[in-house]
Design a protein around this ligand. Structure first.
Ligand code: FAD
Ligand code: FES
Length: 501
């Protein structure tokens, strides 16, 4: 039987924390207990600041606990494009920043003694088509990265690669245990974490920022950092300057020993693999199936395509032990936004482009230095106030027009299901009732959960995602549980119930 959930979270004893029950004062309030929030909080607490982390669910439970666990400067076929588009300086800074993050994560793991299956391993980028990876290798090497074109036999995948690039001495780790280790180090140093304390409002006063949680209590601090994957609400307008993309992962056993290195394809559809140490010598993790959040009603086919890919490569009937999904945001120029949001004292970090274990570690250093009033080598590269180049902005405007079209086209009507009475256990969808269109899901115990299928961020219609049993918003990536609870923001409040209490 396949377990629906991240292999990492299932094999981590994540520390649990109380809900915030009364008002507090601190030097810094960090909203979000994922990789960026916890790393930043730990860095600041280590420097003597009094830091409080407010997490809307459980720490590590969202994207950071659902990654592939590669900590690498090898970000797919990235560097030739970065060089051509932004020039040598920007490409070199990005390379330096991410390669430094690889070493920084290794140093943190060693210094804190975190038991997170950290191993050094090569990261391979390959093509089975016509992608020009020789140039990618040359550009990356010229930028100072440990990149080489190598023989296709080295890859270790049973497929006909036309070109292969190897990045030496990269890292893979167990992200759940890394996050647990960071949280424990942070609280040992005096930091405070509150789980299930979703921030619904940030008020910037004259000298303090007040972060109010959904049940009322608030933290007042001199600095506020939004490490919520995408800044919540309307902060900085980042919802209109980024796009959310979901990917899917499986952990399974091969009939043979798994390839020792990490691999990623340069061609579409992207397939990313790495060994699964917890699964023994034959254990493999495969991640892929990228698509925009909320653009389809059933993500099961994305899992099936990963299963079929593995089955056809190794010629067996693949059966995953775990399957999971998560999302991340990309910016138009593929560089993250980190630092002060325009026109606001609030610090943000978003747009990690699915490489947030390294980019997010860089972000944590930038955020720490911003709070401490220190210079940071990479703050200009990741400047949260930039608007991107002209093409990028034009593309974004198109995306946002699409949002408008969703409203206008009566999108809900096209997706209506057959009727509430017919809804089976484990099924969900949109249904026409006498009171209008509602969203409904019948859980394993037969209970029916109903919601008004309209996003609580800016009112876009929601799509039922049968693969993950979630309500997903294609506008800016908010996701909701069947009962309407927020899973991923920018939304901060649950979906409305169709029947008022
Ligand atoms: C499938 C997949 C595989 C990936 N693999 C890799 C990889 O191998 N290597 C790599 O470098 N990167 C990878 N990434 C990208 C990386 O995982 C992310 O960039 C990174 O985890 C983002 O960290 P974060 O802290 O910003 O987000 P999150 O981990 O999502 O943390 C944000 C936290 O904020 C909380 N939150 C949200 N709103 C509120 C609120 N209002 N109040 C309080 N809390 C709130 C959430 O509950 C969450 O815990 C992958 C991404 C995906 C989707
Ligand atoms: S996430 Fe913005 S409207 Fe849904």
């Amino acid at each position: 039987m396949t377990i629906h959930g991240s292999v990492w979270l299932a094999t981590t004893t994540m520390p649990e924390y109380d809900v915030l029950r009364s008002d507090l004062d601190a030097d810094v309030v960090v909203v979000g207990g994922g990789l960026i929030g916890l790393t930043t909080a730990f860095y600041l607490q280590e420097q003597g600041a009094d830091v409080v982390v407010l997490e809307g669910a459980r720490i590590g439970a969202r994207t950071s606990g659902n990654t592939t666990g590669k900590v690498t400067s090898q970000h797919g076929a990235m560097y030739a494009g970065l060089f051509d588009r932004h020039g040598a300086d920007t490409a070199r800074q990005y390379a330096d920043a991410n390669q430094s993050a690889v070493e920084e994560v290794a140093e943190v793991v060693q210094r804190l003694g975190i038991d997170c299956e950290l191993t050094r391993t090569p990261a391979y980028l390959y093509s089975t088509g016509t992608a020009d990876l020789r140039r990618e290798a040359e550009v990356a090497a010229a930028l100072g990265l440990p990149a080489h074109s190598v023989d296709s036999q080295e890859l270790g995948l049973p497929l006909a690669a036309t070109e292969v690039v190897r990045f030496d001495d990269q890292l893979q780790l167990h992200p759940g245990r890394y996050l647990a280790g960071l949280a424990e180090a942070f609280t040992r140093a005096g930091g405070r974490i509150f789980d299930n304390s979703r921030v619904v409002e940030l008020d910037a006063g004259d000298d303090r920022i007040r972060a109010e949680t959904s049940s009322g209590p608030a933290v007042r601090a001199a600095h506020a950092i939004l490490a919520t994957l995408l800044p919540i609400g309307l902060t900085g307008g980042y919802f209109a300057r980024t796009r959310p993309h979901q990917s899917h992962g499986i952990a399974l056993h091969l009939p043979v020993q798994a390839p020792a290195g990490m691999t990623i394809s340069a061609d579409e559809p992207v397939r990313s693999t790495r060994p699964w140490p917890g699964g023994g010598p034959n254990g493999l993790i495969v991640v892929g199936g990228d698509h925009e959040t909320g653009d389809r009603t059933d993500t099961s086919s994305a899992f099936q395509s990963l299963i079929d890919w593995v089955g056809s490569l190794w010629n067996f009937r693949a059966q995953p032990e775990y399957r999971w999904s998560a999302q991340d945001y990309s910016t138009p120029d593929q560089l993250p936004y980190v630092g002060k949001a325009p026109g606001s004292p609030i610090l943000v970090a978003t747009g990690m482009h699915k490489w947030g274990l390294s980019n997010g570690t860089v972000a944590a250093g930038i955020l720490r230095d911003a709070v401490l009033g220190k210079d940071n080598t990479w703050s200009g590269l990741y400047d949260a106030g930039r608007i991107g180049d002209a093409t990028a902005v034009a593309n974004l405007v198109k995306d946002n027009l699409k949002v408008g079209k969703e409203f206008a086209a009566g999108h809900l009507r096209r997706l209506l299901g057959p009727g509430l009475d017919h809804i089976e256990i484990g099924e969900g969808g949109l249904f026409d009732t006498d009171d209008g269109t509602i969203g409904a899901y019948r859980d394993r115990d037969g209970n029916l959960h109903t919601v008004v299928p309209v996003c609580s961020h800016l009112g876009c219609p929601l799509r039922w995602n049968q693969g993950d049993a979630t309500w997903d918003c294609n506008c800016h990536g908010s996701r909701f549980a069947p009962n309407g609870a927020v899973l991923d923001g920018p939304a901060t409040t649950p979906l409305k119930s169709p029947t008022p209490d």
